[in-house]
Design a protein around this ligand. Structure first.
Ligand code: FAD
Length: 419
């Protein structure tokens, strides 16, 4: 083992699961976060655990679809054009990765990481006697057009070929699974291995557990600079003037990771992908299952009696303001698929905003950072941070304590865009 004292930058789900596995191996872990602990991307998201999502965001057809959506104010996608070298590099790598070949190579890696996380969450729930609404009921991809259904059936076939169970359901079969819910759909695909949970409850229970086991949290502590010597980080400096020392440092700073990586002398291409959610405590109907309105990319997740709708992907830097047109589009999509819900039912609920840490090739950055000898990363999980954080955190813990991990792979190497 290289070291005993570890500092993790970032207390989102990626940082917490990395801390959890390191703490279990007996390492002394501190977590530094620039916020209050509840203002990150890991709280208000859709809470879906998705072994089904083995096709990365960068895939054939996505660019033409994105360009079409750019012209529709209420569509679920937008990139704010701006003169930024980082955005240009990111866009170039995204285009390069949007190929069949990349999808073929990435699929098995994502499958292994996602399936491993699903199991790790099951173990976490039972071993730690933790309750966070983990429902292993699967996920439905609801379709209301022939074109949409055809596309989802193709995706289900790819999943089946990779050993991820998937079924095609008629609207009547879906009715059998959701007898009390009116759905305006022509069919669906179903992924029985998927699951959903309450992300805020998972975050809170992880934090409580970590504190009880001696992990220290330092809030409102923004890392700005570092000292290095001999190819290693010697200490970190936070904006409040404090200095932080450890043997090993782990970058888990979500959408802000690329800026810190630059200070560490490496390039981790990253764009923040803004999304929104609303949570209805007393919904007019309570679905039993989680699902995605496939054509509009809006999610629906029942959570302890409440119901959360989430969606949109806006690449607009770290601007967290709410785009009213996009929110309106999200609400209209809900009413389109769920005719029992009116726009009125969806008004008056606080809108949560989160910034997804998006790499250009749809793969996370996990493992040792080559520019410095004592730095690791678990970040860039984009739309799947809740689903990937356990396995990626375990990879980092394995690498630090054992020097190897069965789940590690070159496609998630954090140095792949370092140049
Ligand atoms: C609308 C929406 C729906 C989603 N639904 C799902 C879903 O259903 N399933 C799924 O798997 N994923 C989903 N996601 C994605 C998931 O939420 C993210 O991938 C995940 O939360 C990212 O976790 P993280 O720990 O990397 O980042 P974060 O949760 O953002 O945490 C990063 C932390 O780093 C801290 N930090 C940043 N810079 C510094 C610094 N300089 N010094 C100190 N601290 C710093 C921040 O304060 C923050 O607390 C969704 C996201 C959105 C927006």
């Amino acid at each position: 083992m290289e070291s005993n004292r570890v500092i993790i930058i970032g207390a989102g789900i990626a940082g917490l699961f990395t801390a959890y596995y390191l703490n279990r191996r007996g390492l002394e872990v501190s977590i530094l976060d620039k916020g209050t602990g509840k203002d990150n991307c890991s709280y208000g998201n859709a809470g879906m655990i998705v072994p089904s999502h083995i096709i990365p965001l960068s895939s054939p057809g996505i660019i033409s679809k994105g360009l079409k959506w750019m012209l529709e104010p209420e569509s679920p996608f937008y990139i704010r054009p701006r003169l930024s070298l980082d955005l240009l590099k990111w866009g170039w790598e995204f285009k390069k990765a949007s190929t069949d070949d990349h999808v073929k190579r990435a699929g098995p890696v994502l499958r292994d990481l996602l399936m491993a996380s699903r199991e790790l969450l099951i173990n976490f729930e039972s071993e730690e006697n933790s309750s966070f609404g983990y429902e292993k009921r699967g996920l439905l991809m609801f379709c209301n057009t022939e074109k949409g259904l055809k596309k989802e059936i193709e995706a289900a076939e790819i999943a089946q070929q990779l050993g991820v169970p998937a079924e095609v359901l008629t609207a009547d079969q879906v009715k059998g699974m959701e007898p009390d819910l009116d759905l305006n759909i022509i069919g669906a695909t179903y992924y029985p291995k998927d699951a959903h949970l309450h992300p805020g409850s998972l975050m809170d229970s992880l934090k409580k557990l970590l504190v009880s086991r001696g992990v220290t949290f330092h809030w409102n502590t923004e890392i700005e600079e570092m000292d290095q010597s001999g190819g290693k980080i010697k200490s970190l400096h936070s904006s409040d003037g404090n200095e932080w020392k450890a043997d090993t440092y782990i970058l888990c700073a979500g959408a802000w990771s690329a800026g810190i990586a630059k200070k560490f002398g490496t390039q981790m291409l990253m764009q923040a992908g803004k999304g929104y959610s609303i949570t209805i405590e007393e919904p007019v109907k309570r679905p039993l299952n989680c699902g995605i309105f496939a054509e509009r990319k809006v999610t629906m997740t029942p959570m302890f009696g409440s119901l959360r709708f989430a969606g949109t992907m806006e690449i607009v830097g770290t601007d967290t303001r709410i785009n009213r047109a996009k929110m309106n589009g999200l609400k209209k999509s809900v009413c389109e698929y769920l005719p029992e819900f009116s726009m009125n039912d969806l008004e008056g609920h606080p809108v949560w905003t989160g910034l997804r840490p998006c790499s250009p090739d749809g793969m996370p950055y996990v493992g040792a950072v080559s520019s410095l000898k004592n730095v690791y990363a678990s970040t860039g999980h984009a739309m799947m941070g809740m689903s990937l954080a356990p396995s990626c955190g375990k990879i980092v813990a394995d690498l630090i304590t054992e020097g190897k991990s069965d789940l590690n792979h070159s496609l998630i190497n954090p140095n792949r865009f370092a140049g």
